[in-house]
Ligand binder design. Structure first.
Ligand code: ADP
Length: 430
């Protein structure tokens, strides 16, 4: 039925029955009795309405305090509707609380920092990543001005200038933090932060690598092009000079070839497309063949000794050969004539070790931590003279990383060096 009718029909019926009762009293006891009866009836109705109104008032003061009264007449419907509204409100609140908890959890897992600020940059909320990036603590800093919390001149300028279309990269507490401000709702702003330290480092490494590789390739190419131009401009060049030029060009060509081969090896070692092939490595055979190569390179200028006292391992024969050969060839190239070189394979305390000990020129301690960087050389001219590409130790490092191992370097200038390739002790019997 129509709700208006539902309200008015019972109310009118109740009023009508009140007036009928008063009329009956009037007919039986006269006008005064009738009026008194009508008045009493109206007072009873009024008091009961006021009581319900008072109960409703109490309930509205504190809706959680208790149950709504059952009511009477139209009040039954009012209370029933209020009760339904309360149930719905409770359901919405619990949904909202659940949603908020999920939102907080998602925000706390986000690698990007998010901070919400009001129109005058007072911090309202931030996630743990923003706390880490900007050194904030939500509990302590809530309600404080962000420019007082992130005291960096570039950040303050960024806010003052308000050119938010471009992100700002801050050097902050030893890290590179990218910040971006997004205004929303007219009166609020979101500050999004991203830790770009690793990306910047990788980008800088990539730039350095390209610059170094181009430089390394340019030198031999310039030599080759120079000799070719001379040959073209002087067709009557004597045979001895031509021969000498061809020899130098071949040397420079070989240098470029070695460089490109090393670069390709490095990129294969770093690529996910070439997973490590594990096979049984015959260590005694491998160390002997590395020693034979080193003897050939030395041409009898050094004494090269071998000792193998440890088990075989699982790994890539090719990669380990390349790593061990690089260490052995470095020992030959950086040891003066008459020096001694010891190649050994043995068990360490908790690893297996291939060591190359030389009595060569040694290395100043300040260089040691950087030796495995690509193209890092202590003495550039000596490296080139001895046909070094500057990538040997970077290759060794990557091969060992792929095998779960690492390189250890001990050296003293003028006394010699020991390079140790340490591999995890996953030894095989026999
Ligand atoms: P390179 O091709 O220049 O030898 P590496 O990556 O193999 O490149 O080595 C990097 C640098 O480390 C070398 O340029 C050299 O200065 C130094 N180095 C490597 N091995 C030795 C060694 N056994 N004795 C002295 N210095 C060494």
């Amino acid at each position: 039925m129509n709700p208006t009718l539902l309200f008015w029909v019972p109310a009118l019926l109740r009023m009508a029955s009140l007036f009928v009762a008063a009329g009956v009293v009037w007919w039986m006891g006269g006008l005064v009795a009738g009026l008194v009866a009508a008045l009493l009836g109206m007072i009873v109705v009024l008091v009961s309405q006021l009581r319900y109104l008072q109960q409703l008032g109490h309930w509205l003061d504190d809706p959680q305090s208790g149950k709504l009264p059952d009511g009477w007449g139209a009040w039954t419907d009012v209370f029933a509707r209020l009760y339904r509204l309360r149930r719905e409100d409770e359901r919405h609140q619990s949904e909202l609380a659940e949603w908020l908890a999920r939102f907080r959890q998602a925000m706390s897992l986000l690698p990007e920092g998010v901070a919400i600020m009001d129109d005058v940059l007072f911090l309202e909320w931030c996630n743990p990543a923003a706390e880490r990036h900007l050194g904030l603590t939500l509990e302590r800093d809530k309600g404080l001005r962000v420019t007082n919390l992130v005291r960096h001149p570039d950040f303050i300028d960024y806010i003052i200038l308000g050119r938010y279309e471009q992100p700002l990269t801050l050097s902050f507490r030893g890290r590179k933090i990218e910040c971006r401000i997004i205004p929303f709702e007219n009166r609020r702003q979101i500050l999004v932060t991203h830790d770009a330290t690793d990306t910047e480092r990788i980008e800088a490494m990539r730039r350095d690598f390209i610059a170094n590789a181009s430089h390394e390739l340019r030198t031999p190419l310039t030599v080759i092009v120079g000799f070719l131009e001379i040959a073209m401009s002087d067709p009557c060049m004597d045979a001895a000079t031509r021969q000498a030029h061809l020899k130098l060009m071949t040397e420079q060509g070989g240098r470029m070839q070695r460089l490109i081969e090393d670069m390709l090896t490095l990129s294969r070692l770093e690529s996910d497309e070439f997973p490590l092939r594990r096979e049984r490595v015959d260590i005694a055979g491998l160390v002997e063949s590395v020693a034979a190569e080193a003897r050939a390179l030395s041409g009898g200028r050094h004494e090269i000794a071998v000792s193998v006292d440890g088990p075989d391992v699982m790994g890539s024969v090719e990669e380990l050969r390349s790593a061990f050969a690089n260490l052995a060839s470095n020992a030959v190239r950086y040891s003066p004539e008459g020096g001694r070189i010891d190649l050994s394979w043995k068990r360490g305390e908790d690893d297996l070790q291939f060591s190359v000990k030389d009595s060569g020129i040694g290395i100043d301690p300040q260089h040691i931590s950087r030796l495995t960087e690509r193209f890092y050389r202590v003495d550039k001219s000596r490296s080139r003279e001895t046909q070094g590409t500057g990538l040997g130790l970077a290759i060794v490092k990557h091969v060992l990383l792929r095998h779960g191992g690492r390189v250890k370097i001990c050296s003293k200038p003028g006394e010699g060096s020991t390079f140790t390739a340490s591999l995890p002790n996953t030894s095989l019997p026999g």
